[in-house]
Ligand binder design. Structure first.
Ligand SMILES: *[C@@H]1O[C@H](CO)[C@@H](O)[C@H](O)[C@H]1NC(C)=O
Ligand SMILES: *[C@@H]1O[C@H](CO)[C@@H](O)[C@H](O)[C@H]1NC(C)=O
Ligand SMILES: *[C@@H]1O[C@H](CO)[C@@H](O)[C@H](O)[C@H]1NC(C)=O
Ligand SMILES: *[C@@H]1O[C@H](CO)[C@@H](O)[C@H](O)[C@H]1NC(C)=O
Ligand SMILES: *[C@@H]1O[C@H](CO)[C@@H](O)[C@H](O)[C@H]1NC(C)=O
Length: 476
């Protein structure tokens, strides 16, 4: 290239550099946080995980217990950290202040301030379990108060105390302006909680999943409305507030805001403890794919990292800490296939799709995505068979236990593989397990049974029937 042309470019380059450094200093973005769950037997070490968190631009991380190895790996980094206090110890921390203080002494002070802990979240979605109504709910706010007092006594003033609730804390969530807490918890739990959050200037942490709302009702909610990509002709106008909504997440968050306002605490700030979109799922699950997951999370970052903050229609400009769920696909989570596929990263550390949590990357700069393959419900038949995973192959004990479980649920589940039955041969544990898993799942799937069996089972579109051995299957 001729020299004079390089020279001509120089002033422009200097200007560009100046501009981008000003933009960075001006704080036009706030990095998003991420949930770092560890329910997988194939996940990278804590140190490698922290390196990965930084490489994807995370500004904060939330962990589900005070895991010392993870906290040690976070020491000295700039990452802001949220630590969850397990549900099981809420009653004891709520009834005995010295136990709350002992928890702080054991799990916080050894790491603080080298680890930039910013939130202690007491309990995970406890209001979603009515089995905890008597044993745990009454002790939630007392446990938070006891932990807060312990922090103050130790002159720790930059760690806030809160808890996390799912959207089911609301009895009414639509239209958003009608948002109201469930009547069984509004007075006994929520009002004292909001009083505490208000007094300590802490946040209400909500787990808000447009995916779950859409997937349970895909015929009445538009997918693009859940993915932040609906055009303006599909905006929702809330007649109660006269506010206009462009996406489902805003609607959900404003329903929570309205519910807080209804109890007189409309000024309590909100944080999103979990949100995200699964990158895969079972054959009978809808919309869980890389295309949608990338679209949701990229748009989420773009909205939530922008400064000044967009907020929501009811709370324009509100700053909201946001934690995406989650860092990894976690292969040991029970339940439907989506549960094991919320990760931005696969367990070996490769990204499921590009996403930059710093908010600096423009949407248009991402490479294009594979087309979504399951945005419509799958109508064909599905069977559930032995999957022969890595663990399964070497562990006949585990397969035997799963087989016994499936057959133990009654209703003739395993009649076909009894001696003399049409599926008895081949008389191998793997063949019998396949039959039993399928038989069990077909019978109980409507009641919520999943095709998992600790990772031993797998869904298939291929009919495993052979000879006179017939595998049953319900059409979806
Ligand atoms: C609270 O816990 C401490 C430490 O275990 C114990 O010594 C004390 O007796 C407990 N107090 C009550 C009221 O149970
Ligand atoms: C909680 O206590 C109430 C009143 O004693 C009782 O009716 C209810 O069954 C209990 N609930 C649970 C989940 O134990
Ligand atoms: C919005 O999308 C609908 C259906 O895809 C289309 O008919 C309409 O022209 C679009 N409107 C705008 C304002 O882009
Ligand atoms: C086999 O599975 C059983 C039950 O799930 C488990 O306790 C055991 O540790 C496993 N053994 C091996 C070698 O993986
Ligand atoms: C299993 O058998 C029980 C008892 O006969 C019956 O009440 C139940 O409905 C059956 N369940 C299914 C899923 O068929």
């Amino acid at each position: 290239m001729p020299r004079h042309r390089e020279m001509a470019l120089l002033p422009l380059l200097i200007l560009l550099c100046l501009f981008s450094s000003l933009a960075a200093k001006g704080g036009r973005f706030a990095r998003l946080g991420i949930n770092y769950g560890t329910l997988g037997d194939d996940l990278p070490s804590a140190a490698r995980s922290v390196a990965l968190l930084r490489s994807i631009g995370a500004g904060a991380v939330k962990i589900y217990d005070a895991n010392p190895a993870i906290l040690r790996a976070l020491a000295g980094t700039r990452l802001r950290v949220s630590i969850m206090v397990p549900n099981e110890i809420i009653p004891s921390l709520g009834t005995n202040a010295s136990l709350a203080d002992a928890w702080v002494a054991a799990y916080l002070t050894p790491f603080y301030p080298a680890v930039r802990v910013r939130y202690l979240l007491v309990g995970n979605e406890i209001l979603s379990y009515t089995s905890l109504a008597n044993s745990t709910w009454p002790f939630l706010v007392p446990a938070m108060v006891n932990i807060h007092r312990s922090l103050i006594a130790r002159s720790i003033r930059d760690v806030k105390v809160s808890t996390t609730f799912a959207m089911d804390a609301l009895g009414i969530s639509f239209p958003p302006s009608a948002g109201a807490f469930r009547s069984d918890i509004a007075e006994p739990v929520i009002r004292p909680l909001l009083r505490f959050l208000h007094k300590t200037r802490s946040y209400y942490f909500v787990d808000a999943y447009p995916y779950l709302a859409w997937a349970s009702n895909p015929s009445s909610i538009r997918l693009d409305y859940a993915l932040f990509t609906a055009n303006s002709s599909f905006n929702y106008f809330d007649p109660g507030s006269k506010l206009t909504y462009t996406n489902l997440l805003d609607q959900m968050l404003d329903a929570v805001a309205a519910a807080m306002g209804r109890l007189g605490f409309g000024d309590v700030r909100m944080a999103v403890a979990e949100t995200g979109w699964p990158n895969a799922g079972d054959l009978d699950q809808i919309g869980a794919n890389v295309h949608n997951a990338a679209t949701y999370n990229r748009n989420l970052v773009q909205r939530m990292a922008a400064r000044p903050a967009a907020g929501t229609p009811a709370r324009p400009g509100a700053l909201m800490p946001v934690f995406i769920f989650s860092l990894y696909n976690e292969n040991q989570k029970p339940g439907p296939g989506t549960e094991r596929h919320w990760g931005l990263l696969y367990p070996h550390g490769k990204m499921a799709y590009d996403v930059d949590l710093s908010g600096r990357r423009p949407l248009a700069s991402y490479p294009s995505l594979p087309p979504p393959e399951n945005n419509e419900p799958y109508k064909g038949r599905i069977w559930c068979v032995f999957g022969g995973g890595r663990r399964a192959a070497s562990n006949a004990t585990a397969v035997g236990a799963a087989l016994a479980y499936a057959c133990g649920q009654g209703n003739g589940t395993c009649d076909g593989i009894r001696p003399g039955g049409p599926c008895h041969k081949p008389n191998t544990i793997v063949s019998h397990a396949s039959y039993a898993f399928n038989s069990y799942w077909q019978l109980f799937r409507r009641a919520g049974a999943t095709c998992f069996f600790d990772g031993l089972a797998l869904q298939t579109k291929t009919d495993p029937s052979y000879g006179s051995c017939k595998y049953r299957s319900l059409a979806n």
